[in-house]
Write a protein of this length. Structure first.
Length: 435
RNA sequence: GGAGAGAUGGCAGAGUGGUUUAACGCGCACGCCUGGAAAGCGUGAAUACCCAAAAGGUAUCGGGGGUUCGAAUCCCCCUCUCUCCGCCA
């Protein structure tokens, strides 16, 4: 959520920054300014009336204490209609405020000034490249072939259970997935200073709203567990990413300044509807409805936000470096960035069997956009309350890391050679076809 | 799932319709006192919003609604916590 004061004071600046995303939000800014003005006028009026009522009520109390009943009754009659006026204005103010707030929730974050202006993914600049595409003495197979021949994933039976886009990992495939999760958690917790958390996999709508996934992308997520009484319990949603529960851990809190920065690391499965997305339903593991991910979250002071973003990207890159995978880091241009982000880097790993780069990590600084939405603040030593920057990054997404790993490490004989750092976790150095 | 109890400031805890402007205490910050500290004394200290600012005002006693001139207090609904029973990985 943007700062209403910023919109009030610098509407042209806000309009101009929003325009770099490619959406015309001018009408909405105008509407917001109008509603904001209305609300303030009503408030000024109703608060004056309330002050008057409070004063009279107190006087009546004093008269009652002095047993001057007749006088008290007279004052009561005098102020009888004050309450009706107040109730009407209160209602009006609440309506205007609700409309204003609903509109506020729909406005995306302002891109940071360092972000490249652009429209689509083609405008995303490549920031750096690590390693290079390997040469194979044979034609590298796709992960689908490798998974079938090595019996790592049973695509057909996964689809039988839950439809296309759901994976049944089997035998060494299941073990590789588990080994990767463990490897990633140990790396970030042991080497990079994150604290591991294991959050609920279902969250209320307020958490999705807090990180900016609601209200705009409501049909992307799986709603479940409506409970006995739908009206009563409301809906819970399967987490689309660990960011949703973990970034919300300190919602509606005021943290002491000395408790910052907070670094969290969490493994969860991620559930996504992927409604209308290209590639769902095709074979393979590139785009699925459920995948595993290890997520990194940072809550930091505003002045540290962008420094910490660079470190977070480096933490995610370390994963690929240790596994010996070729990748590149790109910056998302203004038109391609997510709703809540002010600046985003994507890490794309090379998958030789696919002949493409796959996005395995997305690291964003949302600045105070999310902390405003969830009302998370910290108190400075000077006693001021401020909104911290909240950062999120994948470290990394698993299904695609799995793909890049088996495709990159495949051998001429059809086996997959396990990278050194992963061997203690998988307890083998090679996955070979059954004889 | 059943029964009961509860939710008040950083903590603890009074407060059953009107000087409550939320007592008393502990803890915290600052000041006085002191060689320095403790004790003692004094002052301050929540969150959001309105107002250009200051002064001031409004709201908030788990959340929402109601009664009333006036609600922490009375009524209704909800959420959460604790105890006991049942069920259960």
């Amino acid at each position: 959520m943007l700062d209403i004061k910023l919109i009030r004071e610098k509407p042209d600046f806000v309009r101009q920054r929003l325009a770099t995303r490619g959406a015309g939000d001018d009408a909405r800014i105008d509407e917001l300014l109008k509603l904001d003005d209305q609300r303030r006028k009503i408030l000024a009026e109703v608060e004056t009336l309330k002050a008057q009522r409070n004063r009279v009520s107190k006087e009546i109390g004093v008269l009652m204490g002095q047993k001057k009943i007749a006088e008290a009754e007279a004052r009561k009659a005098e102020t009888k209609d004050l309450g009706d006026k107040i109730a009407a204005l209160d209602k009006e103010a609440a309506q205007v405020e609700a409309t204003r707030d609903a509109l506020m929730l729909q406005l995306p974050n302002l891109p940071h000034e360092s972000v490249t202006i652009g429209k689509t993914a083609e405008d995303n600049p490549v920031i750096r490249v690590h390693g290079e595409k390997q040469n194979y003495a044979f034609k590298p197979k796709s992960h689908v072939e490798l998974c079938e021949s090595l019996k790592l994933v049973d695509f057909a039976r996964g689809a039988k259970l839950s439809g296309s886009g759901f994976l049944l990992y089997t035998n060494w495939g299941a073990r590789l997935e588990r080994a990767l999760i463990q490897f990633l958690l140990d790396l970030h917790v042991g080497q990079h200073g994150y604290t591991e958390v294991s959050p609920p996999l279902m969250v209320g709508p307020h958490c999705l709203e807090g990180v900016g996934q609601f209200p705009k992308f409501k049909d992307q997520y799986y709603g479940v567990a409506e409970g006995d009484d739908k009206e009563k319990l409301g809906k819970l949603y399967l987490v689309p990413t660990a960011e949703t529960p973990v970034a919300n851990i300190h919602r509606e809190e005021i943290l002491p300044e000395k408790s910052l920065p907070v670094f969290y690391c969490a493994y969860t499965p991620c559930f996504r509807g992927e409604a209308g997305a290209a590639g769902v339903g095709t074979r393979g593991m590139i785009r699925v409805h459920q995948f595993d991910k290890v997520e990194l979250i940072k809550i930091v002071k505003p002045e540290e936000g962008y420094g910490e973003l660079e470190k977070m990207v480096a933490n995610a890159e370390k994963v690929l470096q240790l596994l010996g995978l070729h990748y590149r880091v790109i910056m998302l241009c203004t038109g391609d960035m997510g709703f809540g982000s002010a600046k985003t880097y994507d890490i794309e790993v090379w998958a030789p069997g696919q002949g493409t780069y796959l996005e395995v990590s997305s690291c964003s600084n949302c600045e105070d956009f999310q902390s405003r939405r969830m009302s998370l603040r910290f108190k400075t030593e000077g006693g001021d309350n401020k909104f911290p920057h909240i950062l999120n990054g994948s470290g990394t997404a698993l299904a695609r890391l799995f793909v890049a790993l088996v495709e990159t490490c495949q051998q001429a004989d059809g086996s997959v050679l396990i990278p050194e750092p992963l061997r203690p976790y998988l307890k083998t150095d090679k996955i070979a076809p059954a004889p």
